[in-house]
Design a protein around this ligand. Structure first.
Ligand code: NBP
Length: 473
C-alpha cells in the first residue's frame, strides 16, 4: 500500500512529526540519510501506526500516493538544498515538497520559484514547538501555493495543536510567507525572554529576592494577563536547585546566552523593511553583549550605584505592568514587520490568523494572543496594535508604573534595554512633534536633502551657505 505522506530527515523533529502523523492514522513513508535512524524509529515506535520505511530516497518517493507529499526535516542550509534537488529529480509535476526546517524566507522564495518552473509545489513551512510540539501538536505556518494548501491543509490541521477546537495551522501566504512568519515568531520569542530576564534581574537586585521567591512571583503572574508558556517555565527554572551544589540552578549556569540566528534574521529583515523592531533588536543585542566575557571582564571595574535592597515591594506590581506594556510594544512591532513584508512581497497575510495559530503548540503561546486576534477582528487595517482600544487602555494604565521601573533600573544600574527601548518607542509613537524635524533640517544643511513644510505642499531647500533664503526644490 502507498503512503499518504512522507518524512525525510528523522532526527528529533522529523521523527516526532512522523510519529504524530502516524498516530493520526496516516500511512507515513519514512527516510533518513543514515538508515540507522529509520530503523531505530521503526524499532521503537513502529507500533504507533503505519510506517513505510525506505533505505533509498527513490524507494521513499516511489512509496508515496500521487500527488506525492514529502516533508523534509533536515538541518537548514546546504543540506536542505541537497535533499530538495534529489527529491525534485524523483518527482513529477503536481507533487509537493514541504520544507519544515528553519529556512531563511529568501531561500524559500528562491527554492519555490525554481521548483515552480518544474511544476512542483514547494511549501516552506514554519513549525514551532520544539520536540514536544512536533509529537503532540505544533503550531504550523505553511507558505506555498493555494493548491498545495488544499492538499496539505487538512493533514497539517489534523496534527497541529488545537486551542478551543481551532487548529494552530493556516495557510500563511505564497512562497516564503510561512518561513517569514516563523522567523518573526522566533524574534518575538527572543523579546519575550529578554523582558522576562529583565524582570527577574531587576526584582532580584532591587529587592534582594531569592530565585525561589521570584519563582512564586512569576507563578502568580501566570494567573493573570501574562498567562503564557514562557512565564510558566520561568517559575520552574527559577525554583530549580542544583543537586551538586545546593545553589539555585540559575546561579550555576554561565551567563552567556547563545543564539542560532533566527532573531538576527528578524532584525536584518526589519532593517531592510524599515520597521523598528526595537524590542527584538535589543533582545538579540543583549545576548550578544552577554557573549563577550573579555569585554565584560575589562569593564568590570567601571563604577555604578549601590545595587541591592533598594526597592519596595510595590516594585513587583510595577514590574509586572512594565513587562506587560513592553510585551505589547514588542508584539506590535513584530506584527508591523509581518504587515510590511506582506505588502512588499504581495503575501496578503491575515494578521489576526497569525495570532490565532500562535495560541497553541508554539513557544510564545499565551492568553495574550486572543487579545491580538480580537484587535485585528475589530479592525483588520489597524495601523498599530498600540491603537487598539483594549491595548491602549492597558498601556495607559501601565505607563506610570513602566516609567517608575525604568527610573529605578537606571538609578540602581540594572540594565533594562527591553523595558527602556519599548518605553521610548511608546513615547516616540505618541508624540505629536518629533525631533525628526531637526534631523531633516541638518540633512538639508549639509547635503541639500530638502524638506517638506508643515504649512505648504512641495519640497524646499534653504541656501545654508549663501543668503539662507528658502527656495522650492
Ligand atoms: P538537525 O537540525 O539536527 O538535523 C539533523 C538531520 O538532518 C538528520 O536527519 C541528518 O541526517 C539530516 N541531514 C543533514 Br545534518 N545533512 C543532510 C544532507 N546533506 N542530506 C540529507 N540529510 C541531511 O535536526 P532537528 O533538530 O530534528 O531539526 C530539523 C529541522 O527542524 C531543522 O531545520 C531545525 O532548524 C528545525 N526545527 C527544529 C526545532 C527544534 O526544536 N529542534 C524546532 C523547530 C524547527 P543524518 O541522520 O544522516 O545525519
Amino acid at each position: 500500500d502507498l503512503a499518504d505522506i512522507g518524512v525525510t530527515g528523522l532526527a528529533t523533529m522529523g521523527r516526532n512529526l512522523a510519529r504524530n502523523l502516524a498516530r493520526h492514522g496516516y500511512a507515513v513513508a519514512v527516510h533518513n540519510r543514515t538508515t540507522a535512524r529509520t530503523q531505530q524509529l521503526i524499532k521503537e515506535f513502529g507500533g504507533e501506526g503505519t510506517f513505510v520505511p525506505a533505505e533509498e530516497l527513490s524507494a521513499f518517493v516511489a512509496s508515496l500516493k500521487r500527488p506525492r507529499r514529502a516533508i523534509i526535516m533536515v538541518k537548514a542550509g546546504p543540506g536542505t538544498d541537497a535533499v530538495i534537488d534529489q527529491l525534485a529529480d524523483l518527482m513529477e509535476p503536481g507533487d509537493m515538497i514541504v520544507d519544515g526546517g528553519n529556512a531563511h524566507f529568501q531561500d524559500t522564495r528562491r527554492r519555490e520559484a525554481a521548483l515552480r518552473e518544474r511544476g512542483i509545489h514547494f511549501v516552506g513551512t514554519g513549525i514551532s514547538g520544539g520536540e514536544e510540539g512536533a509529537l503532540l501538536g505544533p503550531s504550523i505556518m505553511p507558505g506555498g501555493s493555494t493548491e498545495s494548501w488544499e492538499a496539505l491543509g487538512p493533514i497539517l490541521q489534523d496534527i497541529s495543536a488545537k486551542v478551543d477546537g481551532v487548529p494552530c495551522a493556516v495557510h500563511v501566504g505564497p512562497d516564503g510567507a510561512g518561513h517569514f512568519v516563523k522567523m518573526v515568531h522566533n524574534g518575538i520569542e527572543y523579546s519575550d525572554m529578554q523582558l522576562i530576564a529583565e524582570s527577574y534581574d531587576l526584582l532580584r537586585q532591587a529587592l534582594g529576592a531569592t530565585p525561589a521567591e521570584l519563582a512564586e512571583v512569576f507563578r502568580e503572574w501566570n494567573r493573570g494577563e501574562l498567562d503564557s508558556y514562557l512565564i510558566e517555565i520561568t517559575a520552574e527554572v527559577l525554583e530549580q536547585v542544583d543537586a551538586a551544589t545546593g545553589k539555585p540552578f540559575v546561579d550555576i549556569v554561565v551567563d552567556q546566552a547563545e543564539q542560532k540566528g533566527t532573531g538576527r534574521w528578524t532584525v536584518q529583515s526589519a532593517l531592510d523593511l524599515g520597521v523598528p523592531v526595537t524590542g527584538i533588536a535589543e533582545a538579540v543585542f543583549a545576548r550578544a553583549l552577554s557573549g563577550h566575557p573579555e569585554q565584560r571582564a575589562a569593564a568590570a571595574s567601571l563604577e555604578g550605584p549601590e545595587l541591592s535592597g533598594v526597592g519596595e515591594r510595590e516594585l513587583v506590581e510595577d514590574v509586572r505592568q512594565a513587562l506587560y506594556a513592553s510585551k505589547i510594544v514588542a508584539y506590535a512591532q513584530g506584527f508591523d514587520q509581518i504587515a510590511a513584508a506582506s505588502k512588499e512581497y504581495g503575501w496578503d497575510v491575515d494578521l489576526g490568523a497569525m495570532a490565532t495559530i500562535w495560541r497553541g503548540g508554539c513557544i510564545i503561546r499565551a492568553k495574550f494572543l486572543d487579545r491580538i486576534r480580537s484587535a485585528y477582528d475589530a479592525d483588520p487595517h489597524l495601523p498599530t496594535l498600540l491603537a487598539d482600544p483594549a491595548f491602549a487602555a492597558a498601556l495607559n494604565t501601565a505607563q506610570e508604573a513602566w516609567r517608575r521601573v525604568v527610573t529605578t533600573a537606571v538609578r540602581i544600574g540594572v540594565p533594562t534595554p527591553g523595558f527602556s527601548s519599548a518605553l521610548a518607542y511608546y513615547d516616540g509613537l505618541r508624540r505629536d512633534r518629533l525631533p525628526a524635524a531637526l534631523v531633516q533640517g541638518l540633512r538639508d544643511y549639509f547635503g541639500a536633502h530638502t524638506y517638506h513644510r508643515v504649512d505648504r505642499e512641495g519640497a524646499f531647500h534653504t541656501d545654508w551657505s549663501g543668503d539662507r533664503a528658502e527656495r522650492p526644490a
